[in-house]
Ligand binder design. Sequence first.
Ligand SMILES: Nc1nc2c(ncn2[C@@H]2O[C@H](COP(=O)(O)OP(=O)(O)OP(=O)(O)O)[C@@H](O)[C@H]2O)c(=O)[nH]1
Ligand SMILES: [Mg+2]
Length: 305
Amino acid sequence: MELLADLKKGKRGVIAKAISIVENDQGETKKLLKKIFKETGNAMIIGITGPAGAGKSSLINKTAIELKKLGLKPAVLAIDPTSHLTGGAILGDRVRMSESTDSGTYIRSIASRGASGAVSRSLRNSIRVLEYAGFNPIIIESVGAGQTEVEISNIADITVVVFNPNTGDSIQTIKSGLTEIGDIYLVNKSDLPGTNQLFDAVRDFIGDSERNPKILKTSVKKNSGIKAFAKALKDMMSAKKKIQKEKLLERLEVELKDIVLNNIKEKMDDMLDSDKTFSKYLKKLQSKSIDPFQAGDKITKSLLK
Ligand SMILES: Nc1nc2c(ncn2[C@@H]2O[C@H](COP(=O)(O)OP(=O)(O)OP(=O)(O)O)[C@@H](O)[C@H]2O)c(=O)[nH]1
Ligand SMILES: [Mg+2]
């Protein structure tokens, strides 16, 4: 198939088309996966997370260029925060990742909200499309923990957490759940005052945890620390090869359960529509001769018989 050959060559238009398919068309996604799955699962997934406006996109822009210089072929999926309800004001000056696009890095935004599980599903398969197209690593940008449907540290082989010195609540942010997930912590915007205090605070909090994460200062504005960050990522990619297999297995397990449960749900939905027991108990429920939990349990029992 021509599309596949072009996808393998990394042709941009075809990658875009394939990702649109996995975002929108389940039937076509199934067909596509059948053809590409064998040649997926090999890229290192790097998750970059942190508060809105921390400089994630700016950093990825510059870092992708450095990664290329180190002989890697990065691609970027940004879980798009513009669909966030609260983000509007902060996002006024959000940086578009254009520079690395010009330098040949593939960059794509994907929706951050959808029907339950839909984002995770399209993300998994978008990653596969990019792997098939020969990209490695695949960098995923996502705003801080709990703000999107996708929990980045479950997906990534390497998790990078980005903090800023200029925010009054930065220490609070460090405490709130991001401390356990990072392999690398970046104090970005290190051109701003407060950098050293924040660096020390981060080190005090997470420096002596078992994973022994790296803590680095970066400034996109001053172009400092980016090379070192890219180098740290490359080194970590080699070091994480073993863990990558286990992580992949974990992800496949989650995915397989998700698919089976979905299939069952769809089947059951159809069955319920024409189920006599269901309509019987619905009537009982209406006349209040039974409560919803009792009715639900009875119907479930009869369906699983
Ligand atoms: N002073 C300074 N500003 C920076 C630095 N890095 C990024 N910025 C600025 O911070 C703002 C937000 O940068 P983005 O790269 O869009 O941040 P983000 O984390 O991707 O933001 P969202 O995707 O909206 O969550 C922009 O105005 C950048 O120019 C830095 O190192 N120093
Ligand atoms: Mg961004």
